[in-house]
Every structure is written in C-alpha cells, then in structure tokens.
Ligand binder design. Structure first.
Ligand SMILES: [Zn+2]
Length: 352
C-alpha cells in the first residue's frame, strides 16, 4: 500500500480518537476571579508645575494569575483560586445550543456570552446544533484524561493533544470545545456546518479565540485544534484575529505597551496604533490596551489614563496585568495595523 495512505489513515484515526476523548466528565472547582478594580483612582500630591504622575488604582498582586487574559500553557500552570464562578451549563442554558453532558461547568460570564451568541446564530442561520463538548475540568479530571490518553496512544501523542494536569486551559472555566450534534445523534466538526463562517464570526466578535490555530504548534506545543475556543474578551479577540498572533504571542506582544511608554490603541475606524500613554485620553474614541508588571509587594499600583476610574484589569499569569480602557464606543472590528505596530508583530511572529 502507498505509505501516503497509511499516514493519511493514521491521521484520520488520530483525529477520531481525539474527538472521542474530548467527551468527558466535569466537576466543580475553581476558575479565575476577575481582578479587583473597585478602588478609585487616587491623585498624588505632586506639585502642579511638575509633570503630574498618572492616577492609579491598586489591585492585589496575587490577582495577576486571574482574569480573562491569563495564559495557561505548558509552562504557565493555572492557579486554582479559593472561590470560583463556575455554573452548570445545562441547568443555566437558555440559548440555542446543546451540551454533551449535563454536569459540564463553565464561568458564569462566559456562559452568558455563549447563550447570547448562539441565540443570534440560531436566529440568523437556523443552526442550533452547536454543542459544548468539553468545558471546565478539575485537576483530577485532567489527570484521568491524560492517563487514559497516554495508555492508549503513548506518551508522545498524549503530550501533543492533552495538557499536563494543572496546565490545561480547561481548568480556567474560560474554554469550550465545540462540535455539532445533529438530532439523530450524528457528531460533526463545526467546519461542516453550513453556518461555519457565521459561527466563527460570532465567536470572534463576542470575545472568543481559536486557541490552537494552524501553524502555531511550535509556540503553543499543542496540535491544531479547530474545536477549542477560549474566551479572552473584547477587543482582544478582534486584535488576535487581525494580527494572526496566537495567544502566547499576543501576551508577549502586549509587553511592548506600558504606562511609561506607548499603549496599543484600536481607534474608532478600527486601526491598531501605538500611542503615548499620556495622550490616550485625548486620542478619541477607541480602546487602549497596556501591560503593568506585577510588583513585589502584596499590592500592585496600576496607572490609568486621566479621567478613567474603572478600567478592565486582568492578570496575564505571566507576571503582569493587562489593562483595557474603552473611550466612547468600543471598536467592533480591527481593520488595519500601523507600520510601527506591524513591525512589533513581525518581531514576535515573522511568519505573519
Ligand atoms: Zn479543549
């Protein structure tokens, strides 16, 4: 037989095997708690004549391991919090989608987004067979999955498809594996939905990213997984899609943007720019994103643009916080990238 056919057959068997393995149980435990951003900005008492330090908020430094933008991968363990916001997907679902098992759990705010977008999907396309095929996983559950996979396929293959226990995105409550299950029980990849483009658009426009995209295995250390979506929120999903960065690369890219330099800015027409932190508040409507390194103290001081009192703050689980500030209307699309920002993207992912 042609060796090509054997390889092809092996790949098909592997894909089928992986799909089957992504039908699991789920239990309680702990996803991230959003960083506390309730503190009001405080003016410092620098003399009026000096360059005035920016106002700031204070957040617990430990929160740098929590939030919608945490990186969880082979070398960034998930930090299980004391308290979680997991809810049962089946019991709380009101949207037009299905759930493979009634015990699946997910972060409340992510489920809310999924409910709303699947409702829109069903209204506009009639597709209502979108199915959550895996969501939150406890440490024990990930261990069981890993062991089972390793015993069946061997260590090397297991490493490519199943994260080590403690290092899985499924611990966060922010990830969902999505498939289609037709009424006769037939399970299909979402790619086979006539509404595939709309599914992808709605996921992206509502804050989800394809976490293990094609061509990024060297970075993510996980094979392409066209079914695994991760909630990161807006405008991050839009930026990630436009720049072609995978999430590891995006977190590295954001290190270019700090309060003592420039911030990343998506302006009103959707253009991605680098603008001075000082000028952010006068840059017009749009969204500013920047990173603040976590301090060595119990509390980290986060500078905020003048006039902003409640920025969205998430840890990156990589020693810092990502701050997102929206001025006026939030951008709904990233349409272009300025040359200096394009150069930064190229420095991180030359192939893009
Ligand atoms: Zn997954």
């Amino acid at each position: 037989m042609n060796p090509g056919y054997i390889v092809f057959a092996a790949v098909i068997i592997l894909i089928v095997g992986v799909s089957l393995f992504f039908i699991f149980r789920s239990r309680n435990d702990t996803p991230p708690v959003p960083a506390d951003t309730s503190s009001a900005p405080a003016e410092t008492d620098a003399p009026e004549t000096e360059a005035k330090p920016a106002p700031f908020i204070e957040v617990p430094t430990a929160d740098s391991a929590a939030g919608d933008l945490i990186l969880v991968n082979y070398d960034h363990a998930y930090v299980f919090p004391e308290k979680d916001d997991l809810v049962n997907v089946y019991e709380n679902k009101t949207g037009d989608f299905k759930v493979a098992y009634s015990y699946y759990m997910m972060s409340r705010h992510v489920l809310d987004v999924l409910i709303s977008l699947t409702h829109e999907l069903s209204e506009s396309t009639g597709e209502d067979d979108l199915t959550v095929n895996s969501a939150y996983r406890s440490l024990e559950e990930q261990q069981e999955i890993y062991d089972e996979y390793r015993d069946t396929w061997g260590e090397e293959t297991a490493k490519l498809y199943v994260a080590d226990p403690g290092y899985s995105e499924h611990h966060t409550g922010l990830a969902a594996d999505l498939t289609l299950v037709r009424d006769d029980g037939t399970a299909l990849p979402i790619l086979q939905s006539g509404a595939y483009d709309e599914i992808i658009r709605l996921l992206r426009d509502n804050g989800f990213i394809l976490r293990y995209p094609e061509g990024k295995k060297e970075v993510t250390r996980i094979e392409t997984e066209p079914w695994h979506f991760r909630y990161v929120g807006l405008p991050h999903s839009l930026i990630i899609e436009k720049t072609g960065l995978c999430f590891e690369e995006y977190i590295a890219f954001l290190k270019n943007f700090t309060p003592d330099g420039n911030v990343l800015f998506v302006n009103g027409s959707g253009r991605l720019l680098s603008v001075p932190f000082e000028g952010t508040a006068s840059a017009g409507s749009g969204c500013a994103v920047y990173r603040v390194a976590a301090s060595d103290e119990a509390v980290t001081r986060i500078p905020v643009p003048a006039g902003v009192d409640a920025p969205a703050v998430s840890g990156d689980n990589d020693g810092g916080f990502i701050v997102t500030v929206t001025f006026g209307a939030a951008p709904v699309r990233v349409t272009g990238v300025s040359d200096d920002v394009a150069a930064m993207i190229d420095a991180i992912a030359p192939s893009n």
